[in-house]
Design a binder for this molecule. Sequence first.
Ligand code: ADP
Ligand code: MG
Length: 623
Amino acid sequence: MALLQISEPGMSTAPHEHRLAAGIDLGTTNSLVASVRSGDATTLANEQGEHLLPSVVRYLPDGSVVVGAEAKAVEVSDLNNTISSAKRLLGRGVDDIKTLAGNLPYTFSSSDSQVPKISTVAGDVSAIEVSAEILKALKNRAEKTLGGDLKGVVITVPAYFDDAQRQATKDAARLADLNVYRLLNEPTAAAVAYGLDQGEDFDEKIIAVYDLGGGTFDISILRLNKGVFEVLATGGDSALGGDDFDHVIAEWILQQLGDEQENNPTKLREVLVEARRVKEALSDADKVEVSLGDWQGQFTAEQFAELAEPLVKKTLFACRRALRDADIDKEDVMDVVMVGGSTRMPIIRQRVGDFFEKPPLVDIDPDKVVAVGAAIQADLLAGNKPDTEMLLLDVIPLSLGLETYGGLVEKIIARNTTIPISRAQEFTTFKDSQNAMTIHVLQGERETVEENRSLAKFTLRDIPAMVAGAARIKVTFQVDADGLLNVTAEEETTGVKSSIEVKPSYGLSDAEIESMIKDSMTNAQADMELRKLREAQVEADRTIEALDSAMASDGDTLLSADEKTKLLAAREALLLEKQSGDTEAIKAAIKNMEKTAEFYVARRMDGNIRTAMAGQNIDKFKD
Ligand code: ADP
Ligand code: MG
């Protein structure tokens, strides 16, 4: 997805009216809220001075909830009622989480709802509700610190979040009573925090965003072109993060202690806590004293570098693959942005710098950079900067279209179009007196329905009886600023309307999006040929339909029995050829049909019965 700078005229406000706005980084492990105050975007702390809010929610028997550090502290002793990493479940359906659920300590309720729910002492809760509690806590913090009600927020989401995950994030915000100006991709927010979208000294710029958090690794390759940020590729590993670096140190400690400790869970936990402390301390020192019970030792940065090497390599491998997917050479990457607490590790900074052959950007706290970018964006959207009036917009990752006759897809909005966007196209009925039309909404780059992803289907009914081609059905695709699609179909002569909000119950992963785009390229030639064939087949149907319609209305009066036989023979030949799969043969049969019917068309025209003929069909038999 991408960003565009535009000015939205209605958004500027009177000079002294400052609207309270905030940016929220709703993280898997930790969440943050930031705001622009006196021109500076900073994260907001709680009363204890802590900026990071652990994304952990505990449910108590009386129905009350505890959010953050306090919930995290008791997590191990109350696993069933203390939910962490809810972000991993957001927008997932019951089927999606079946594989995940086995690894989670929660009991999933077996309600027939499509949204998975976790059973707690306070009742069943969904990931949306859990996320809403985190958002509420951040909202309270912001309103207390800023001294007023928030007018709106920008919430960040991973670049690979699909429609369902984005919708779930918005639903959580609605539950928390937040007005969401916009969802923003996390890597884009990080680039905005560094002001990489500013300055005029470039035409096009490639940016890599390396995000290593607690349990996940994401690499995004962005292109900034004429004010538009586009996500060229995303990659990473949803099961690789800072925790894995803790584990390699923990293993080393266990080795020093001797094997007998390995099956003692309490001991293991202690070892892990110490390992994390050592890891974090090593970010500011060459060696660290390790102590556990009465055992003492020393662990050096050099030892750490050696043990962590396989993990570092894994991330660099994902970087290489993302560059390849984006079709970008390493040398073309102008800036590398570091995000996530784990990018504090000197070995990471060193090796990422070596890989991209330039020092990565590390000046902004890697925990806070996403929230800071979101805050800058929220401030603009609130209209607090009337002199700049620059806004950032996303683009849609895959084309959106409709099924048309013959199993073909008519693209309404092309991939990489900036959003929000609204596009309309007119369609007509295919048959006389057709009173309903099914609208099948599809996503993808390929030419045929089977090769694209079906998003939704609905039917426009009560189309008044008209001859084929006379109804004017306007189909409007509207994508809002968060990438959510609404489709409306309206019969324009009567105003009969039908619409649907497209909310797929599950979505596409980034990998699926990439492979769909790639498929469309590798199959472009085959698709083109198939499209031509399908078009010829549709044309054949139309020709037959037109003939049938004409013969039904005046065949008996205008045609002799002999003439009828000739026309029907040509019709039969065309029908046979239509099944052949040979585009050229079908086209020839259509030509032949038209030639055979020439005299009939002329006779109908002479008879001045033009009005009896259906819409476009008259043109058909005229030429
Ligand atoms: P997430 O994006 O998953 O919410 P964060 O970006 O908050 O996670 O990163 C958390 C990770 O950062 C943890 O593994 C933590 O140990 C690690 N981390 C935090 N500070 C440091 C540091 N000084 N040195 C190394 N790792 C750190
Ligand atoms: Mg993060």
